[in-house]
Design a protein. Structure first.
Length: 183
């Protein structure tokens, strides 16, 4: 869900200037998604940038134009989900925000599961608001999948990412392949 201050002209101007120097972060990690829903034993890999590498680039570029990034979480009782709010706040007082679902509240019982989902949401929320790409574009291979099946696959992959990361995955020092199991 998108929200903003009544006016965003100064923020938009500053963000446009920051985006001229903001580059996509280097994709140093690899994830492999195992998906056997269609009985094909499918496996797909994609590269992605870590949240830390993106934050380093974003903070530097936005800070030079007096834009701060603030990310907070909240519990949404009606839907029983943890939500992430990402805000770009300009020194003028103008702001723009995006709200992303993180995980079901029940995942709070598993800190690793919730932490993985939160990192994923933080990366997507931030990268979306500033206009950078943090992972390979995998939409093209799915063009032959009916829309309903594609939506289910994307939801399953996101859920699997949050729930099925194997220990040791996502380690930029070792370069280990992250393994994600789609439910």
């Amino acid at each position: 869900m998108h929200r903003s201050s009544e006016r965003i002209a100064a923020l938009a101007s500053a963000l446009a200037k920051a985006q001229t120097v903001l580059v996509n972060p280097e994709k140093t990690m690899t994830a492999t998604v195992h998906d056997d829903r269609r009985g094909e034993g499918g496996e797909r890999s994609f590269r992605y940038a870590t949240l830390a590498s993106g934050l380093d680039l974003v903070r530097k570029a936005l800070g030079q134009h007096e834009i701060a990034v603030v990310q907070t979480t909240a519990m949404d009782e009606p839907t029983r989900t943890v939500r992430l709010n990402t805000v770009l706040a300009h020194s003028s007082g103008e702001w723009i925000a995006s709200d992303w679902p993180v995980c079901p509240m029940s995942d709070m019982a598993s800190p690793k599961r919730m932490g993985a989902a939160l990192t994923y949401a933080r990366r997507y929320g931030l990268f979306t608001l500033v206009g950078i790409a943090g992972e390979d574009d995998l939409d093209a291979p799915d063009l032959n999948i009916p829309t309903a099946e594609l939506a289910a696959a994307q939801t399953s992959v996101a859920s699997g990412y949050a729930a099925g990361i194997r220990p040791g995955s996502g380690n930029p020092r070792t370069g280990k392949v992250s393994s994600v199991l789609a439910p």
